[in-house]
Design a protein around this ligand. Structure first.
Ligand code: GH3
Ligand code: MG
Ligand code: MG
Ligand code: MG
Length: 313
């Protein structure tokens, strides 16, 4: 752990360009056996638009931590039933809490030196007498950095789209929502045609350009709440909430036509064109993620065997 110097935080916060906070309030869980501490800190957090939960008991704190998925946890170092560092170790055994930053709050500067050996990467100590503005900066910085690294883990490096796991997770949660709210959900599996030939004829760089171009097209032409992921090499998975199969097929078909008319510059003045095929599947006709993707994959296969450059649903 590199202890954070409060005076450097302003610069760090700016340089990291952490605008994410504007979109979604930070989530802070605080655990302290003193209820008054919770009220005191809570006032400040809430004034800064931070979603704040406070617990005094270790058991409740554990349940809250899993349920609220905080961006940072502030843990009292000394509590009657358990010491903060042991509680942190229990938190970390849960997959959702493995990497969340934990700040230990103590009253003595001496604690820091005594406990330093026991803390893990990402964790740090704060003195409870820290000025509130410094605490807020510290919390904001750690929490946003954690969010950012989570976001990086979920994005595909070539295209910036969601990666394989992230798009699957998104569809899982969209399925939950569609179920609860009685909505439809449609997914499309999109695969570039004869892409191996593109690479073989024009080289990998051109191949990568084609992948990026299609990513941009999907990203800009679909709605803000649609999900777009790179499912594999030249394969994309798209989630269209609240959209039925027929509407989705029209939409993807328009994109297919537009993509097919997009010229790619190859050696000098020559142009090359690419196409894609797509398979479509919907909820509630398919009830879970596996059957949705299987159905989309079967339809993609039909699109391929029927001549490519088409959408099958
Ligand atoms: P089909 O029309 O049946 O889909 O044929 P295809 O050639 O597109 O399919 P195939 O699965 O045989 O080939 C996919 C190729 O995509 C093979 C692989 O080298 C290439 N590929 C995968 N990922 C990337 C990438 O990130 N960049 C580039 N340039 N090529 C990639
Ligand atoms: Mg205490
Ligand atoms: Mg292909
Ligand atoms: Mg493929």
């Amino acid at each position: 752990t590199e202890p954070l110097d409060v005076s450097r935080l302003n610069t760090l916060l700016q340089s990291a360009r952490m605008t994410d906070e504007e979109n979604r309030p930070l989530r802070v869980l605080m655990v302290d056996d003193m209820a008054t501490a919770g009220v005191y800190w809570g006032k400040h957090f809430q004034r800064h638009n931070i979603v704040y939960r406070f617990e005094t008991s270790p058991e409740k704190a554990y349940r809250s931590a899993i349920e609220m998925e905080p961006d940072i946890i502030l843990l009292d170092l000394y509590m009657p039933d358990i010491d903060g560092i042991d509680l942190a170790r229990i938190f970390r055994e849960h997959p959702r809490l493995q990497d969340v930053p934990i700040l230990f709050m103590s009253t003595e500067e001496n604690d820091r030196r005594r406990m330093e050996a026991k803390i893990q990467g990402g964790d740090d100590f704060l003195n409870k007498t820290i000025p509130i503005d410094d605490l807020l900066k510290m919390v904001r910085y750690r929490a946003l950095r954690y969010r950012q690294s989570n976001a990086e883990k979920r994005s595909d490096s070539l295209t910036g789209l969601l990666n394989h796991n992230a798009i699957k997770d998104l569809i899982e949660s969209e399925l939950d929502r569609a179920n609860r709210q009685n909505l439809t959900l449609t997914v499309a599996l999109i695969d570039i045609d004869h892409f191996k030939k593109v690479n073989d004829t024009h080289g990998h760089q051109i191949g990568d350009n084609v992948i990026r171009k299609l990513s941009n097209l999907l990203n800009t032409r679909l709605r803000r709440y649609d999900g777009v992921g790179r499912y594999g090499g030249e394969e994309f998975l798209v989630a269209l909430p609240n959209t039925d199969e027929t509407t989705a097929a029209h939409l993807i078909n328009r994109l297919r036509i537009q993509f097919g008319q997009t010229p790619f510059q190859v050696d000098g003045n020559n142009q090359m064109y690419c196409t894609f095929s797509a398979g479509i599947a919907s909820f509630p006709q398919n009830l879970d993620l596996t059957s949705l993707i299987d159905e989309a994959d079967r339809n993609l296969y039909l699109a391929k065997t029927n001549g490519r450059n088409r959408v099958v649903c």
